[in-house]
Design a protein around this ligand. Structure first.
Ligand code: SF4
Length: 377
């Protein structure tokens, strides 16, 4: 972990703005030379904006997953009561530290698939590269909560080198955390290092920066990424609710597209945030209108502390079916479940129901996976 200087000023409680009280921070901030993005708004200001207390329960939840609010996202927040969708996404909830009987350790089965401390290989043709565990903003439903060992640049470059002999590899996915917390030059260096992998066809960058901190996406950044990458780039933005599609979001996406980088979208189905057909249709329709292809709707992962976001499989299927007739075909994403056994994403429509609450996924290679659902909500 890094112990360098924070780019955020202490707030009025004397703590940094990224975590709980000094001494019990869930993550240490990146040193300034490795951080790019807007400064954080003091937590007390965000609490006042939302009309919530910055109390011991919130602080305890921040030890599970930090809280951090760049100004552009903080300005989307208002006091809409406990059911407000962005408040649910944003503000630490006491439930996060309560016993969660439906939680699954390693909810998408990644840990055994690490071929390097910062490389996850679920598929032979793709490698997911963890370039940081830090984010501009922390989504309370995040399935990578609890990751604290921050990769140094040298370790990320070593991770890329570890893939040299992988002849079936075709794509590297830069993930995290949010890769765009890293400064332009560091990202460019990571992309340049991919030149050592001649078998590569594409690099995909997954980031919520256009949502959480749109000014992070600049024409300079786009130009540097394109110049540094030895192969075509794809960009995947992650959105949760139509209110997140700010003018800044559209500007950021337009900059990426204007530079020739195609932009796709992923959304997690979240109870109390987007679990109704009208909200999903509004979100996917707006993205499609902006030239952003909605490609995955993720069934929520069973990460500890996120029970309030979970939706049962049958309900998710009904919601996904309700999108037909509301949206053009290309605007409807595939609804997928990332299976806890690490076998990867599986179309929920193709799950075979064996009995109430038990589903079977039959993979193309003949393997099967079983999934026990939560009780219906
Ligand atoms: S931006 Fe992604 S990695 Fe970061 S907290 Fe949100 S979901 Fe997790």
């Amino acid at each position: 972990m890094f112990s360098g200087v924070s780019d955020r000023e202490p707030n009025e409680t004397g703590t940094t703005d990224e975590a709980g009280p000094a001494g019990d921070a869930a993550v240490e901030p990146l040193p300034t030379h490795r951080w790019a993005g807007s400064p954080a708004v003091p937590l007390a200001e965000v609490a006042a904006r939302l009309g919530v207390p910055l109390d011991a329960a919130a602080r305890a939840a921040m030890r599970r997953l930090p809280a951090r609010f760049p100004r552009p996202y903080a300005e989307l927040l208002h006091d809409g009561g406990p059911a407000d969708p962005l408040r649910r996404i944003a503000w630490p909830d006491p439930e996060e530290t309560a016993f969660d009987p439906d939680a699954i350790d390693d909810p998408v089965g990644e840990q055994p698939l690490k071929t390097h401390p910062f490389v996850i290989r679920k598929y032979r043709d793709r490698a997911l590269l963890i370039v940081t565990h830090r984010c501009h903003f922390y989504c309370r439903f995040c399935f990578r909560a609890g990751q604290t060992v921050e990769p140094k640049l040298g370790e990320v470059l070593d991770a890329i080198r570890s893939l040299r002999g992988e002849s079936a590899l075709r794509e590297i996915i830069l993930s995290g955390g949010d890769p765009l917390v890293l400064p332009d030059e560091e990202l460019a260096g990571i992309l340049r290092a991919c030149d050592a992998l001649p078998q590569l066809r594409t690099v995909r960058i997954h980031s919520r920066a256009p949502v959480h901190d749109p000014p992070r996406v600049t024409s300079r950044l786009v130009g540097r990424l394109i110049a540094a990458s030895p192969v075509p780039l794809w960009f995947v933005v992650h959105t949760s609710h139509p209110r997140e599609l700010s003018p800044g979001f559209y500007r950021a996406v337009g900059m990426l597209q204007g530079g020739g980088i195609p932009v796709l979208n992923q959304t997690v189905l979240l109870r109390g945030v987007n679990d109704d057909p009208a909200t999903l249709a509004e979100l996917f329709g707006a993205l499609y209108g902006a030239g952003v292809k909605p490609y995955y709707l993720h069934h929520p992962d069973r990460v500890a502390g996120t029970a309030r976001f979970r939706v049962a499989i049958e309900r998710g299927l009904a919601l996904h079916r309700a999108l037909r007739g509301r949206l053009p075909g290309p605007a409807i994403p595939e609804y997928v479940l990332d299976l806890p056994d690490g076998s990867g994403k599986f179309p929920v429509e193709r799950l075979r129901r064996e009995r109430e609450g038990l589903y079977c996924a039959e993979h193309a290679d003949g393997r099967t996976s079983h999934y026990f659902d939560i009780k219906a909500v």
